[in-house]
Write a protein that binds this ligand. Structure first.
Ligand SMILES: [Zn+2]
Length: 145
């Protein structure tokens, strides 16, 4: 990666973190008015939330989750576990995605996990579903469907 590209990536990352912090700090009514999508399991765990940030930038956050030891070993590498888990092993961090960045990765599978459900949604599916939403008029999905 060139220095310019690395700087651009760092700026993008910092902007995303700022927008997430702003969303988290906003009053409930503001977050509700920005909401584009909510994905839940049948027991109501929030698996994914998508919202319209100023910019206009659309963001999504995936729930943190814990995998069983066997599934964790099968689905991940030691370096990914070291980088993306809270405990270096099975407690995976919440992830934030810039939805418009996903357009170039339509086949990317986004993991949706909680204690009741383990599955995924393709980036192309998420983008198509979110395209039906307007801020404050979100798509709401329960998985499995
Ligand atoms: Zn659940």
């Amino acid at each position: 990666m060139t220095d310019d590209l690395a700087a651009l990536f760092a700026l993008h990352q910092a902007q995303t973190e700022f927008l997430v912090a702003a969303y988290d700090a906003a009053p409930h009514s503001t977050r509700k008015a920005a909401l584009l999508g909510e994905y839940r399991c049948r027991q109501r765990c929030g698996l994914l939330v998508a919202w319209q940030a100023p910019g206009p930038i659309r963001l999504a956050r995936l729930r943190p989750y814990k995998l069983s030891a066997g599934k964790n070993q099968a689905k991940s590498t030691p370096s990914a576990r070291a980088k993306n888990t809270l405990d270096g092993d099975r407690h995976w961090r919440s992830r934030v995605l810039v939805l418009d960045d996903l357009a170039g990765w339509p086949g990317l599978a986004l993991d949706l996990n909680c204690d009741h459900y383990a599955g995924h949604i393709l980036a192309s599916e998420l983008l198509a579903e979110i395209a039906e939403a307007r801020p404050g008029v979100p798509v709401r999905r329960v998985v499995p469907r």
